[in-house]
Design a protein around this ligand. Sequence first.
Ligand code: PNS
Length: 159
Amino acid sequence: MTHAVCPGSFDPPTLGHLDVIGRVAGLFEQVTVAVLINPDKRGLFTVPERLELLRVATAGWPNVSVDSFHGLLVDYCSAAGIGAIVKGLRAVSDFEYELQMAQMNHGLTGVDTLFLPTSPAYSFVSSSLVKQVAGYGGDVSRLLPDVVSAALASKAGQR
Ligand code: PNS
């Protein structure tokens, strides 16, 4: 179990995500942050934009790489030789759905999911809330990597 994946939408990546990714990087030899390509859901940031934000934000961890995937996460794991999925849990409310997905994924290919509690400092942070608050002009910069704050401000300027 030397290669783990941190999957998600990352629209956009937050310091909550980075907290989990950084801790996983200390536990596994290799970590891939995998962005889901979801054709049914148009995000604020395109997938290439999210990949670039993640590349910059994770540049300090040499064993972390960034990729995108479509289809089933378990198929991506099998193709990439990834033995573990790691998910951050912010609160008990996250657990119910995450447990369901973990059991489904294990049933499909036997891949295991590990849960890491997020730092309490970020337990209320979600990409969707960050976008909502920023959309109304609120300051969310202390919850985001600098590169994401700048990208969010630039999106707001474009609208
Ligand atoms: O950041 P998100 O949106 O909570 O991430 C959810 C994600 C991407 C991890 C989950 O939706 C996923 O794994 N999607 C890929 C499709 C898949 O494998 N679905 C079956 C899950 S049991």
